[in-house]
Design a protein around this ligand. Sequence first.
Ligand SMILES: [Zn+2]
Length: 203
Amino acid sequence: MENQIESQNVPQTIEDAVCSSGSCGEPAAADFDAKRLCTEHFLAACFQELESRNDRLKSQPADSEIESFRKFLNSSVEQARRISDGPQPVDGETKTQLLEFLLRASELSKRIRRSPRLTASVPVWLRREDPARTWEEETWTVTTSRHGAGLVCRHAVEAGGRVVLCRRDKGSRAQARVVYCRYDGDGRRQIGVELLDRDDFWD
Ligand SMILES: [Zn+2]
């Protein structure tokens, strides 16, 4: 008897939670963005998220975007597999959609792995070696040209100041002079530098 009462008080399990999309009311099968969704709504949300992240990555291939895309892919693929292999019967159409999603997700994760940076965003260490103000930060280029680059920079630095760039992918190093310092649309400080001692730095 005691056991029975206990089991009735168990908090909502995955099986008895319902889909939180509109008035759907179907049994929930997976989590998406902290919401419980049924298989159909989960897949629709995943497909949409996949494509919009893919588009965003084309215009902004920053490391942070790639990292969060990777996390999304890992978690959605794991849940789609669990639904597909789970004990709940899945109808033919849903099965096809699950497979389609898994294929598309695996295609995109391969693409991310193969070319982590789709445009000329090069990871660099930016250093100031002025004895009075020495600092170093990890950043990346926004633009590159034969003799210069635009970079995101967290430290304040004046035009005319000297910095050292060190490529995180290759280890090569170059002296540079700051030509401008301004804020971009996202409120990040960006600096433009002119390379002083080499013109093959970006290959
Ligand atoms: Zn639903």
